[in-house]
Design a protein around this ligand. Structure first.
Ligand SMILES: NC(=O)C1=CN([C@@H]2O[C@H](COP(=O)(O)OP(=O)(O)OC[C@H]3O[C@@H](n4cnc5c(N)ncnc54)[C@H](OP(=O)(O)O)[C@@H]3O)[C@@H](O)[C@H]2O)C=CC1
Ligand SMILES: O=C(CO)[C@H](O)[C@H](O)COP(=O)(O)O
Length: 475
């Protein structure tokens, strides 16, 4: 019989699971590991001298479970969906009341709510936990967003606070609320990640097609931008990727990569949930759609030929200091709007599901470890901590000033790109949202009139209370 020595067990030793297990082991905890391809469990121990001493591989699920201290903590790091359900169903019968199953992969928070309910009915406990930071984050310190019972988090926190990224001595992990709260926040994190990446790609498009810069020159610009307001991991890796040379051809690496973006679903989940909550997360929507359009490469080539006759104007973009400063300001302004949309979605979900999401804390645990880490998140935390009521970040004093100052640059960049035929779906969505959001008298009065004409859907009047229907002329 295996001795019960392991503090936690990890199931799934792919990119994330293996690195998270090594991170746990390096922090002095004993970690049992199990993987569909069993040899990987033993390799994880044997290929990592020193740290491997804290890794306990198992060649059967029974041995894996038997090696865990009670209450047993079993962390799953496998692809989202049915695989999670299948793995949980296989292990659950081997566990006892009070043991905890943790889904640490990306998950649709609706699945997490369903799983929480089903698992907790059996006397076991369930935690849905978002982990961000990719391979290196998992190995050296990710940002961790936890959902589940607060008392259950208490069982995990001694390990999670040690393995999480640290920002000025504070661990980037927090309990965010019950059942699906952690996975919802991770989903919005990824939605913001999509929007941020898309807007950077659009600026790259302007630099390439509007100014005619070479990737290495762009790399230097992004490196420079990374020293100021835009400073972030995503801007840093943009500079790194643009500077890279393909060893086979000697060309810039980005020039040999096919322009078809992959996606595993978290951006789409973010858009679906924003829509369900009635929040306009238009920059995230634009980013998800742009990846979809990008994947139809041959169709785009055909359309390009069909529309070759369209005359566009030279955008008038300039690669001089003033031109680049305008691009930088436009990106910074659009970024504020994208984050405001992500935060508005979380605020709406918090209300809808009575989660009481700690929005300032979420910004704080995103400052290190995760893909969208940046100094800008400090500004968001400050806005929520300031004591003023923040209905939407676009109404917070600091951001009103910054967006007011930067919107002119965003407007000019979007207008020039449109005239030049350079697609800027996320940047333009940010600007359109701002203009829509700041307009006291909109145009949906006409929409309401149309709905009432064709479907007697009724409308409200500006001059008196009540619900009205008008006898429109028959059409
Ligand atoms: N990669 C990343 O940057 C990030 C990923 N995530 C999330 O983490 C989770 C894991 O991702 P990642 O580590 O990248 O994935 P990988 O593809 O690298 O690893 C998948 C793991 O799941 C196992 N697995 C796959 N299919 C099955 C199955 N049918 N039954 C049992 N086990 C199976 C694999 O086992 P085997 O070795 O036998 O193939 C492997 O251990 C996902 O939810 C992902 O969205 C979250 C944050 C960042
Ligand atoms: O969760 C993550 C980072 O936070 C993963 O890297 C995620 O897989 C990225 O999403 P996609 O593959 O759809 O671009």
């Amino acid at each position: 019989m295996t001795e019960r020595t392991a503090d936690i067990g990890v199931v799934g030793l792919g990119t994330m699971g293996s690195n998270l297990a090594l991170n746990i082991a390096q922090k002095g905890f004993t970690v049992a590991v199990h993987n569909r391809t069993i040899a990987k469990s033993f390799a994880l121990r044997d290929d990592n001298p020193g740290i491997g001493d804290n890794v306990v591989p198992a060649d059967s699920l029974e041995d894996f479970v038997a090696s865990l201290k009670t209450p047993r903590l079993v962390l799953f790091m496998v692809p989202a969906g049915k695989i999670v359900d299948d793995e949980m169903a296989t292990i659950a019968p081997l566990l006892s009341a009070g043991d905890v199953m943790i889904d640490a992969g990306n998950a649709d928070f609706n699945d997490t709510i369903r799983r929480s309910k089903a698992v907790e009915e059996t006397g076991l406990q369930f935690v849905g936990m978002g982990v961000s930071g990719g391979e290196l984050g998992a190995r050296h310190g990710p940002s961790i967003m936890v959902g589940g019972a607060e008392a259950t988090y208490g069982l995990l926190s001694p390990i999670l606070t040690r393995i999480a990224a640290q920002y000025e001595g504070e661990p980037c992990v927090a309990w965010l609320g019950p059942d699906g709260a952690g996975h919802f926040v991770k989903t919005i994190h990824n939605g913001i990640e999509y929007a941020d990446m898309q807007m950077i790609a659009e600026i790259y498009g302007i630099m390439r097609d509007g100014i005619g810069l070479e990737p290495k020159a762009m790399a230097a610009i992004f490196e420079d931008w990374n020293t100021r307001g835009l400073s972030s991991y995503l801007i840093e890796i943009t500079a790194v990727t643009l500077a890279e040379t393909d060893p086979e051809t000697g060309k810039p690496m980005v020039d040999v990569i096919v322009d078809e973006a992959g996606q595993k679903g978290t951006g789409r989940w973010a858009v679906i949930e924003a829509q369900k909550l009635g929040v306009g997360a238009t920059t995230i929507e634009a980013a998800v759609s742009a990846r979809g359009v990008s994947s139809r490469r041959s169709e785009r080539a055909d359309a390009g030929a069909l529309y070759a006759g369209i005359a566009t104007q030279a955008g008038g973009f300039a690669g001089d200091a003033a031109g680049l400063a305008e691009l930088e300001e436009a990106l910074e302004t659009a970024k504020i709007i994208a984050y405001a949309q992500g935060y508005a979605t979380m605020a709406a979900a918090s209300q809808e599901f009575s989660w009481n999401l700690p929005l300032a804390e979420i910004a704080r645990i995103w400052r290190a470890g995760c893909i969208i880490r940046s100094r800008f998140l400090d500004d968001i935390a400050r806005a929520y901590d300031s004591g003023e009521t923040v209905v939407n970040l676009l109404q917070a004093t600091d951001f009103v000033a910054r967006v007011s100052a930067g919107q002119g640059a965003l407007r000019r960049i979007v207008a020039r790109a449109m005239l030049a035929g350079i697609p800027v779906p996320a940047l333009s969505a940010a600007l359109a949202y701002l203009d829509d959001y700041r307009r006291p008298r909109g145009t949906t009065n006409l929409t309401q009139a149309q709905r009432d004409l064709f479907g007697a859907h009724t409308f409200h009047r500006l001059d008196k209370d009540g619900v009205f229907h008008h006898q429109w002329p028959a059409v």
